[in-house]
Design a binder for this molecule. Structure first.
Ligand SMILES: [Zn+2]
Length: 254
């Protein structure tokens, strides 16, 4: 293969690696902000749980006061009823006492409601505290991991830039300039494999003369349609020419 072509393949791989690393670096701030938002939400949840408990305690004080006042009123009516002289007065007093007793019943059931609600709110507060604690621990760990990943990828971007500079020096300048021009116009992908007489990226059929030139891999040939620089990966031994999948080095994951 033409040395420039081999180096262009390396250059393309290098640029894809650098792009991926730059994307990781670029998304780090929003991922960190999402962690902050998660903590803020857990803190707001805890504040709300604390505030509704204060409301509940206020409601409890009010109903206690109302209940005490009604009980005092009942005691007063009881004393007054001892002193009544006539049947009419006695019945009137009985009537007032019955009304106060009904009020007391209401305040007592209200007290029960407020107390039961207080139990629920205490449980919610406990859950909110636990959630904040868990989120704080998780966020510390995740922040550390994002920061480490960012640092790793920033270093990778630097390494790629150094390697790129060294590689570019070994490629003819006009070839580099063609590569860069196509890369700018084609979303960063300046190379395309040719297979079965087609450019595998844009899928346009190549003229036989063009395809033959690409198969030789000894000159810079561009796709007529997408302008990408074409290269050919010969089929592995035992596979029919032109039918083979590109020769790929075996990877650990496959
Ligand atoms: Zn093409």
């Amino acid at each position: 293969m033409l040395p420039d072509l081999e180096r262009l393949i390396q250059l393309q791989e290098l640029e894809l690696r650098a792009d991926a690393a730059r994307r990781v670096v670029a998304t780090a701030p929003e991922r960190l902000a999402a962690l902050d938002a998660r903590l803020a939400s857990a803190r707001a949840n805890l504040e709300h749980a604390t505030a509704v408990i204060a409301d509940n305690q206020g409601a409890r004080r009010t109903v206690d006061k109302d209940l005490a006042a009604a009980q005092q009123r009942l005691e007063k009516y009881k004393e007054q009823s001892m002193a009544v002289k006539t049947n009419t007065e006695f019945h009137a007093m009985q009537h007032q006492m019955a009304a106060v007793k009904a009020e007391i019943d209401q305040f007592e059931s209200r007290t029960l409601e407020v107390m039961m609600h207080a139990d629920e709110l205490a449980a919610a507060l406990k859950a909110a505290e636990a959630r904040l604690k868990a989120d704080e621990a998780a966020v510390v760990a995740e922040r550390k991991s994002i920061e480490a990943e960012r640092a790793r990828n920033e270093a990778l971007v630097q390494t790629c830039a150094t390697e790129r500079a060294a590689l570019v020096r070994q490629i003819r300048p006009e070839v580099v300039s063609t590569f860069e021009k196509v890369a700018r116009a084609r979303g960063g992908i300046a190379l395309a494999r040719a297979e079965k007489e087609r450019c595998v990226v844009c899928q346009v059929r190549l003229r036989p003369m063009v395809f033959q030139a690409v198969v030789r891999n000894d000159e810079i040939v561009q796709c007529d349609s997408c302008q990408r620089i074409l290269y050919f990966v010969p089929p592995r031994a035992g596979e029919a020419a032109g039918q083979a999948e590109p020769a790929q080095p075996p990877t650990a994951s496959s």
